[in-house]
Design a protein around this ligand. Structure first.
Ligand SMILES: [Fe+2]
Length: 402
């Protein structure tokens, strides 16, 4: 372990990676701190020797790039959050219109939704962190609309990680936005039932996939893949899904992406029948069902994208202070920027930003250290309140409602 140096690629740990603080299978050691963190957690690790040799001997050769598209984040977070919020709200407005139209059985126009998704793609390309922040905003009474927007955004963000081109991201976004449109044909007393569904009710609920197919099938103005995704997003790789129980060879990449995004957002949402679980718990469940329910590459990329410190979650420090996770600098996903909102006594304190990558100290001169990640609503801190009132912080002024 003492031989570790910056630039080495860690490819395997001496323990299941999900039990470590590293949510990435394979990462680059960039700083002395990264090395220290690995040494704190592991007794031994595997390093990618091929990568090392390649760096040593082939550093100046021209090689075929492995990434199809390279997206670069280069704009400031304050501006991005304001713009992202506008996009989020207009996409929510569009899907509410579509859900309502489907419910009433009226003719629906998809033009507004397509424009909104185009906007979502642009925002995600520029700054996925800002848009992922907004997927944490949850209002229980608007579940279906917000879930549809969140799945759209999470799918686009994941597609971005998979280097899909912008036009592919637009198609994928439409698939995410429309995936649950069939729910509007399920009787409301079943859709909103707080108790467990009985077998007949479950069968009716499962039919939302078939209803979606019926709603979208005859339309020439929608990406054809959206019909397949809405019809197949509850299928499983092991053939135990519904409505058809098809095997993995018939499940498309877009369906695999939307399935993971759908499961994650549903698990982390508060519903009338459940509190919703933490991001880490949901990621562990996705990890546990790789191969049976979820595609391995898609799920692993998703877990790495969300990471251990997801924006919009609360972070309690070892000194008891609490903040809202804002973002992390590229290469520092384990050292996020945090808006501190509660003091050690859990009382509100003037908001200020700290960047854990800069090793900040608290009033007692101790280094801030992350202790635990919590869902919005814990400690009486609800991120909706902060966004809705507009957060004004020294050095980071932004107003969400302007
Ligand atoms: Fe669904």
């Amino acid at each position: 372990m003492s031989e570790l140096t910056p630039g080495m690629h860690i490819v395997e740990l001496d323990r299941p990676w999900i039990e470590s603080p590293f949510l990435f299978q394979g990462f680059l050691l960039e700083t002395a701190e990264d090395i220290q963190m690995v040494q704190d957690v592991c007794r031994w690790v595997y390093v990618d020797v091929v990568e090392e040799e390649w760096q040593e001997y082939h550093g100046h050769q021209t090689i075929t790039p492995q990434r199809r598209t390279m997206y670069v984040e280069k704009q400031d977070m304050a501006q991005q959050l304001t713009r992202a919020n506008r996009t989020y709200q207009s996409t929510k407005h569009q899907i509410k219109y579509l859900l309502n139209t489907a419910y009433l059985g009226q003719a629906m126009s998809l033009e507004g939704a397509k424009e909104a998704v185009k906007d979502c793609v642009e925002r995600v390309i520029h700054n996925p962190t800002a848009i992922l922040w907004l997927t944490r905003l949850k209002h229980q009474d608007e579940y279906t609309a917000e879930h549809s927007v969140n799945v759209c955004l999470l799918a686009i963000a994941l597609g971005r990680e998979m280097d899909l081109a912008p036009y592919e991201l637009e198609n994928l976004g439409i698939c995410g936005l429309m995936h649950d449109i069939g729910k509007m044909k399920v009787p409301p007393e079943i859709l909103n039932k707080p108790d467990t569904l009985n077998p007949q009710e479950f069968a009716e609920m499962a039919r939302h996939t078939v209803y979606a197919r019926q709603l979208l099938m005859g339309r020439s103005d929608i990406y054809p893949g959206a019909v397949d995704v809405a019809y197949s997003h509850h299928e499983r790789l092991d053939g135990k899904g519904y409505p058809r129980g098809i095997d993995s060879s018939k499940i498309s990449l877009f369906t695999r992406i939307v399935t993971v995004a759908d499961a994650y957002d549903a698990m982390t949402s508060r519903r009338c029948y459940s509190e919703g679980m933490s991001s880490t718990e949901a990621l562990k469940i996705i990890h546990r069902h790789i191969g049976s329910q979820f595609d391995e590459e898609v799920a692993r990329k998703f877990i790495a994208m969300i990471g251990l410190y997801p924006p919009g979650y609360l972070l309690e420090m070892t000194n008891g202070e609490v903040g809202i996770i804002l973002s992390s600098d590229p290469g520092y996903s384990l050292k996020p920027k945090v808006i501190m909102v509660l003091g050690a006594d859990k009382q509100p304190q003037p908001e200020r930003i700290i960047n854990l990558a800069n090793a900040p100290q608290d009033d007692a001169g101790e280094f801030y250290k992350a202790a635990g990640v919590y869902r919005s609503g814990s400690f009486g801190v609800n991120i909706n309140d902060y966004l809705e009132k507009g957060l004004r912080i020294k050095g980071f002024d932004y107003q969400m409602n302007d």
